[in-house]
Write a protein that binds this ligand. Structure first.
Ligand SMILES: [Zn+2]
Length: 335
């Protein structure tokens, strides 16, 4: 084998420029010399020695098998550290880039879904508020109705009680006296504060007869006497004088009192049961009309000592019983 066949020798010549600090290499394609190093010193100070040794080794070789063979990668015992690191390192899987159009569609779908969810939540909240308001309105309506019914019930009960306590006006005959100075002077009755009970002092006479007696005084002029009411021994009631006018019944008390004459049969002046019951009804009605108490009911006897009504002036217990019966009658209890 000749030196020319080794192939590396012409190249080595080109590399060799010991006179200068510049090193060149020949471009295999263009054949031009490319500057390998500049003005600076060569990388290897022992460049010439190494080249000579290399050339001598090549010259001493007897065959291609004697040439130094570059180790192949298969003969390398172990991979380099960089190689091992590259093998061991596994790059993370790259995420597939999302196309912009798909991204826009996805965000649009997400926005639409979010809007729908918000709308659903708003609808739920509105429905809840509506239910709460409806429940409140129903509760308020029921409570108001209950209060109204309670108030109405209370008022009706009070009215009922008042109506129960109310003593109705007893049936009576209105036979007013002809105005005259002896029995119906037509003087105004200002305020009624007392109710006076009398007896006719004429046993066995009727209410109508006693009324006519008062009427007759206008002609006879025997005395001044009258009463607003006369109760017969059968219980009938005759009204002689209007309640806004004064009667001549009790001296000094006529201008603020109402008088009731009672007929009787017995000599002692005790009222019949019919007279007694009518008297209670009439007194009860007048007491409520003028807002009077049982204590405001008087005997003629209580104003001046005249024995009128005779039996109840002489029998104090009978008078007290009459007042008790009057209280019971007003309370609604039957006498
Ligand atoms: Zn009298």
């Amino acid at each position: 084998m000749t030196k020319e066949k080794r192939g590396s020798e012409p190249e080595l010549k080109l590399w060799d420029s010991p006179e200068t600090t510049k090193k060149y290499t020949k471009n295999r394609k263009t054949g031009q010399l490319d500057l390998l190093w500049g003005e600076e010193r060569p990388l290897f100070d022992d460049w010439d020695n190494r080249m000579e040794q290399k050339t001598a080794r090549a010259r001493d070789c007897q065959s291609y098998s004697d040439l130094p063979v570059r180790r192949s990668s298969a003969t390398q015992s172990e991979p380099s550290i960089r190689r091992r690191a590259a093998v061991q390192y596994k790059a993370p899987a790259r995420r597939r880039p999302v196309p912009p159009a798909a991204n826009r569609k996805r965000s649009c779908r997400r926005r639409t879904r979010l809007q729908k969810e918000l709308q659903s939540i708003a609808v739920y909240i509105a429905a809840l508020l509506f239910l709460v308001l409806a429940a409140f309105a129903v509760w308020k309506f029921v409570s108001i109705s209950k209060n109204q019914s309670t108030e109405t019930g209370a008022i009706s009960r009070i009215t009922q009680i008042l109506e129960q306590k109310k003593c109705e006006k007893p049936p009576m005959e209105e036979a007013l006296l002809t105005p005259n100075p002896y029995s119906r002077p037509q003087d105004a009755l200002s305020t009624v504060t007392q109710l006076y009970v009398h007896y006719t002092a004429n046993p066995g006479t009727s209410a109508r007869q006693n009324r006519d007696y008062f009427e007759g005084l206008a002609q006879t002029g025997l005395t001044s006497a009258s009463a607003h009411f006369v109760i017969g021994y059968e219980g009938e009631i005759v009204q002689c004088i209007p309640l806004n006018e004064m009667a001549y019944a009790v001296i000094g008390e006529n201008d603020h009192s109402i008088s009731i004459e009672c007929c009787y049969l017995d000599q002692d002046g005790k009222f019949t049961d019919a007279t007694y019951q009518s008297l209670l009804k009439l007194l009860g009605w007048l007491m409520e009309e003028y807002n009077l108490d049982v204590s405001d009911v008087k005997r003629h006897y209580d104003a001046g000592g005249k024995l009128c009504p005779l039996y109840y002036a002489e029998h104090e217990d009978a008078w007290e019983q009459l007042k008790q019966d009057l209280s019971d009658y007003i309370s609604g209890e039957k006498v």
